[in-house]
Design a protein around this ligand. Structure first.
Ligand SMILES: [Zn+2]
Ligand SMILES: [Zn+2]
Length: 182
C-alpha cells in the first residue's frame, strides 16, 4: 500500500514500498490498449517520505517491464521501464506575491506542488501519473534498428530487401546502356 497519514511522518521519515498489479489500474490498462503495449511485471514502487518545513517531500522510483512495438521496424520487444521522481506535498498552497506585493494566483501544478486535501494520503494515483509520463511513446528495439523497407515492407534487420537490390541492378543496367552523347 502507498497510503499514510500526514501526521505519521516524523523527522526521520517513512519508507513505503508496494507491488502494484497493473491490470487493476484502469489508466494503465487504457494506456496499454492505446499504445498496444503490455505490462509484463507488476509495478515495484519504492518511496521515502520526509518532512521539509510545511511540506512533505516524496522521493520515489518505480520499475516494471513492458512489451512495446519498435517505432522503426514494428517488431515487439520487451524493455524495462525504470524511473525516479519527486513530489512535494502541501496541505495549503503558499501565498505568492509579485514585485508589487499583489497576490498571484497559481495552481499547485504551476508551483510544482501536490495539494492534498485529506490527512490520509494515497500516493498511488500520483505514482500512476509518473508512470504515464515516463512511458516511452517512441522506442527503438535497438539503437541502430534499420527499420522496414518503405516500398516492400521487408524487415531490414532480418534480410536485404529485393526491391533495393533491384533498384541497384536497374541503375546498373541503365548505366550500361547509357551512351555519352558526342
Ligand atoms: Zn526495430
Ligand atoms: Zn524493399
Amino acid at each position: 500500500m502507498l497510503t499514510f497519514d500526514w501526521d505519521d511522518i516524523k523527522q526521520n521519515g517513512l519508507s513505503l514500498n508496494s507491488r502494484v498489479d497493473l491490470t487493476a489500474v484502469p489508466e494503465l490498462q487504457a494506456l496499454a490498449e492505446g499504445e498496444e503495449c503490455e505490462f509484463l511485471a507488476p509495478l515495484e514502487v519504492d518511496l521515502r517520505i520526509f518532512p521539509a518545513g510545511d511540506l512533505l517531500e516524496v522521493v520515489g522510483s518505480f520499475t516494471t517491464e513492458i512489451v512495446v512495438n519498435c517505432s522503426r521496424c514494428l517488431c515487439r520487444f520487451s524493455s524495462e521501464l525504470v524511473e525516479g521522481f519527486e513530489l512535494s506535498l502541501v496541505k495549503e498552497l503558499p501565498q505568492v506575491t509579485d514585485e508589487d506585493g499583489s497576490e498571484v494566483e497559481l495552481s499547485a501544478d504551476e508551483m510544482g506542488l501536490v495539494l492534498v486535501e485529506t490527512d490520509n494520503i494515497d500516493l498511488l494515483p500520483y505514482v500512476i501519473e509518473q508512470v504515464i509520463m515516463a512511458f516511452p511513446y517512441r522506442v527503438l528495439c535497438r539503437e541502430d534498428c534499420r527499420g522496414v523497407c518503405a516500398s516492400c515492407g521487408v524487415d531490414l534487420n532480418q534480410q536485404r530487401c529485393q526491391c533495393r537490390s533491384e533498384n541497384v541492378l536497374n541503375k546498373y543496367a541503365a548505366l550500361k546502356d547509357f551512351k555519352i552523347p558526342k
